[in-house]
Ligand binder design. Structure first.
Ligand code: PLP
Length: 384
C-alpha cells in the first residue's frame, strides 16, 4: 500500500479519498479486500512483513483504522466488532478494584453492562451527572479513579458535557477520560483536542452511515501501556471486525462529511419547526438556545449540533407511541446515524430505571428532503 497522506489535508479531504491509498501491485484506486486468515512464514523461520495470523493482522482492518485515526487526529486507532465491544474493551482494560465514573445519561445498553457485569467483574462504579462539574469533582477518588467515561451529546436527552473541564478534573486526580463520541462524529467534535485520552465510536452509526454494518472504533491520544492492554483485550477476546465489514466501513466513511452535514442541517430545521408545533411540549436539541448545554456545545462542536434530537409529545406516553405509529416516511426503528430517518419511542426500549421520559420520541435525522420529513411528522403528530 502506498504511504500517504499529506498531513495538511483536511479530515474531509482524507475521508473522501480513503486517505488516497493506492494498491502498489495493480495501481488500483480502491485497494483490494484482504480476506486471508494466515500468512506464509519465510524459509529462514521469520515473519518479515509482521503479519502472522488474521485475528490481530489484517490490512483492510488497518486501512479502516488509519482513516479513523486521521478523522480523530489520533496517532492510533482500532476497529472492533461493535460499538459495545469497543466500549467494553476500555472497561476490561482496567483492573478489578479500579473506580470509574459514568454518566447518568448515556447509551442504555452500555450503562446496563457497566452497572451489572462490570461491577460483578470487580470495577467500582459511580453514576454521576457529568454535565455538573461539582458532581464530577465530588465523585472523583484521587488515586483510585482510573476512568471517567463521557458521552456528548448523550442519548437520548442530548445532554452536553464539557470535555475539557472534566479532563482537567480527571487528570489532576490521575484518571483517564474516554468519550463516546458516536453522536458528535469526528466532523463536529474531536475529543482528543479537548483533552480526552480515548474516543469511542459505534461505527455502526454515522461513520458507516448506511445501517448495514455493526462496528466499533477507538482512537487514543497516546500509544501507551493502557492502549496496549485494550489491544490485548480485543485480540484475546476476539472482538475483531471482519475484513468485509471493514471494507464497507471504509466505503461509508468516504461520505461521512457530506452525510453528517446534511443530517445536521435537517435536524436544526426540524428542531426549530417542531419547537412551534402545538402537539410538541419540548424539543431537546443542543442547537437550540433553550437547551441547557447549548453554550458548551457551541464551543465544543464545530459545523453543527448533530443529527439527533428528541421531542416530548404534549399528549404523553400514549400520544408519543401513537405518533410513531402514524409516520409513513420516518422508519420506526432503534439505532441512529444512517442516511434514512428513524423514529423511536425510546422509553419502550430502555425500560425501568432509565432517565428517559415516557413521552419522548427520539429522532435520528437522515439526509432526505427536510420538507418531506417535517410534513410526515406533522401529519403523525396531528393524528395522534
Ligand atoms: C449504538 C451505540 C452504541 C453501541 O454500538 P453497537 O455497534 O450497537 O454495539 C454505543 N454508544 C452509542 C452512543 C450508540 O448509539
Amino acid at each position: 500500500m502506498s504511504e500517504n497522506p499529506n498531513p495538511h489535508w483536511s479530515a474531509r479531504t482524507l475521508a473522501a479519498q480513503a486517505l488516497g491509498r493506492i494498491d502498489e501491485a495493480t495501481r488500483a484506486v480502491v485497494p483490494p479486500i484482504h480476506v486471508t486468515t494466515t500468512f506464509i512464514r519465510d524459509p529462514d523461520n521469520q515473519y518479515r512483513t509482521g503479519n502472522i495470523y488474521g485475528r490481530p493482522d489484517n490490512e483492510t482492518v488497518r486501512e479502516a483504522e488509519a482513516m479513523i485515526a486521521a478523522l480523530e487526529g489520533a496517532p492510533v486507532a482500532m476497529v472492533l466488532g461493535s460499538g459495545m465491544s469497543a466500549a467494553t474493551a476500555v472497561f476490561l482494560a482496567l483492573a478489578p478494584g479500579d473506580h470509574a465514573i459514568v454518566p447518568k445519561v448515556m447509551y442504555w445498553a452500555l450503562r446496563n453492562w457497566i452497572v451489572t457485569d462490570a461491577v460483578q467483574w470487580g470495577l467500582k462504579i459511580d453514576v454521576v451527572d457529568t454535565s455538573d462539574l461539582d458532581a464530577v469533582r465530588a465523585a472523583i477518588r484521587p488515586g483510585e479513579t482510573k476512568l471517567v467515561w463521557l458521552e456528548t451529546p448523550a442519548n437520548p436527552l442530548w445532554t452536553i458535557t464539557d470535555i475539557r473541564a472534566v479532563a482537567d478534573i480527571a487528570h489532576a486526580a490521575g484518571a483517564r477520560v474516554a468519550v463516546d463520541s458516536t453522536c458528535a462524529t469526528p466532523l463536529l467534535t474531536r475529543p482528543l483536542e479537548h483533552g480526552a485520552d480515548i474516543v469511542m465510536h459505534a461505527a455502526t452509526k454515522y461513520l458507516n452511515g448506511h445501517s448495514d454494518v455493526i462496528a466499533g472504533a477507538l482512537a487514543a491520544a497516546r500509544d501507551d501501556a493502557f492502549w496496549v492492554r485494550i489491544k490485548r483485550v480485543r485480540s484475546m477476546l476476539g472482538q475483531i471486525l471482519g475484513p468485509l465489514e471493514a471494507y464497507l466501513l471504509i466505503r461509508g466513511m468516504r461520505t461521512v462529511d457530506l452525510r453528517v452535514r446534511a443530517a445536521c442541517a435537517n435536524a436544526m430545521e426540524l428542531a426549530l419547526r417542531l419547537s412551534n408545533h402545538a402537539a410538541v411540549a419540548e424539543v431537546l436539541y443542543p442547537g437550540l438556545p433553550t437547551h441547557p448545554g447549548h453554550d458548551i456545545a457551541r464551543r465544543q462542536m464545530t459545523g453543527g449540533f448533530g443529527g439527533m434530537l428528541s421531542i416530548r409529545v404534549r399528549g404523553g406516553e400514549q400520544a408519543a407511541i401513537a405518533t410513531a405509529a402514524k409516520v409513513q416516511l420516518w422508519k420506526r426503528a432503534t439505532s441512529l446515524g444512517g442516511v434514512e430517518s428513524l423514529i423511536e419511542h425510546r422509553g419502550s426500549i430502555e425500560g425501568p430505571g432509565s432517565p428517559c421520559p415516557m413521552d419522548l420520541l427520539r429522532l435520528s435525522t437522515g439526509i432526505e428532503d427536510v420538507e418531506d420529513l417535517y410534513a410526515d411528522l406533522d401529519q403523525a403528530l396531528r393524528q395522534a
